[in-house]
Ligand binder design. Structure first.
Ligand code: PLP
Length: 360
């Protein structure tokens, strides 16, 4: 068996012990005589897996008791509609901060369901920094303020938590959930697709404060109504059972490795290796303001983009894949989520050094 270093932005690399355990349990989960994939979501085996997964997420993230954890389907793009359908009705409008491609998608989708104010935008700076909160124009009457805590494509990340006063803060954390400790009580709602840092695709996690539930617009499909899902412990429709099981294994693995503080240390060390190299290089560069650089997604460019293909080919030959940047920004992107070992980043930097020596 040979495993590559997979720098994919998502679906992304998973911890090897998780994959091994899933393989071991594929045919017969803990003496049940069946695979988790084959279980009734209402049977005691799966109910146990579901409860344990939620309990571990609550413990790792320190989720307060007055928040519901919902395991849904539809992905973060689904939530771009589901969030306003459930929350915007309270006042009819919401504030959005535009920090790049994923914010733009959220904004576009929300406009169908209410009035959207752009409270701040990084567009003038080509989305290379997070607008300072002193420049935000927040509306006290907004139903919520929406941010994308880590822009997976542009590589900018909030390393601070906005203060939105009495207006609930909503965050798309798809690409940095579980990467470091956060104070959940500062948010009204957090959502994330699982396939970056938490598990396989198909599962969307929503963490929502109790008092925000129950305000959905009449058009809201029942399966996407937070109240229906909360009242039914995320079992109103069949939840993505196998994805929940794998996410559960990932959460146990993160706990074993020391929890989110340990993940943060590990992620900082990896990102530092890469950014330090980029900053001293005269051949490779990253455009993002140092204070706002993502620890998860590191976009970078070669001085001469005619060499992009050669760079990618050489990486592939050395067992490093999925380094091509998003077409919107071009160049390269290394996604270095929790499950990327530091050896992968060392191998990448070593190859970049070699490539620069040859072509720089
Ligand atoms: C990947 C990603 C999405 C899209 O998630 P889907 O599961 O494809 O809907 C949305 N927001 C962010 C920040 C992402 O990284």
């Amino acid at each position: 068996m040979s495993r590559v270093f997979n720098f994919s932005p998502g679906p992304a690399t998973l911890p090897e012990p998780v994959l091994r355990q899933a393989a071991d349990e594929m045919m017969d989960w803990q003496g049940s005589g069946m695979s988790v994939m084959e279980m009734s979501h209402r049977g005691k085996e799966f109910m146990g897996i579901h409860a344990e997964t939620e309990a571990n997420l609550r413990e790792l993230m320190g989720i307060p008791a007055n928040y519901k954890v919902l395991f849904m389907q539809g992905g973060a793009i689904g939530e771009n509609a589901i969030v306003p359908m459930n929350l915007i009705g309270r006042t009819g409008s919401a504030d959005y901060v535009n920090t790049g491609e994923w914010s733009k998608k959220s904004i576009k989708e929300a406009k169908t369901y209410g009035k959207v104010n752009i409270a701040a935008s990084g567009e003038a700076g080509n989305f290379t920094s997070i607008p300072n909160q002193s420049q935000w124009k927040l509306d006290a009457n907004a139903a919520y303020v929406h941010i994308c805590s880590n822009e997976t494509i542009g590589g900018v990340e909030y390393h601070w938590t906005p203060d939105t006063g009495a207006v609930p803060l909503v965050a798309d954390m798809s690409s940095n959930i579980l990467s470091r400790p956060i104070d959940v009580s500062k948010y009204g709602l957090i959502y994330a697709g699982a396939q970056k840092n938490m598990g396989p695709s198909g599962l969307t996690v929503v963490i929502v404060r109790d008092d925000l539930i129950g305000n959905s617009l009449p058009v809201t499909p029942s399966a996407f109504d937070y109240k229906t899902q909360a009242d039914n412990d995320s079992m109103y429709n069949t939840p993505p059972t196998y994805a929940i099981y794998i996410a559960g294994l990932v959460l146990k693995y993160v706990k074993q490795r020391g929890g989110l503080a340990a993940m943060q240390e590990h992620n900082q060390a990896k990102a530092k290796l890469l950014y330090d190299y980029l900053d001293q290089s005269r051949f490779f560069s990253n455009p993002v303001a140092p204070a706002d650089r993502s620890l998860m997604n590191v976009p970078f460019k070669l001085r001469d983009d005619a060499l992009d293909d050669a760079f990618l080919k050489g990486a592939q030959a050395r067992g490093m894949i999925q380094l091509k940047g998003h077409r919107v920004v071009g160049g390269m992107r290394a996604s270095i989520y929790n499950a990327m070992p530091i050896e992968g980043v060392r191998a990448l930097v070593g190859y970049m050094r070699e490539f620069e020596a040859q072509h720089g």
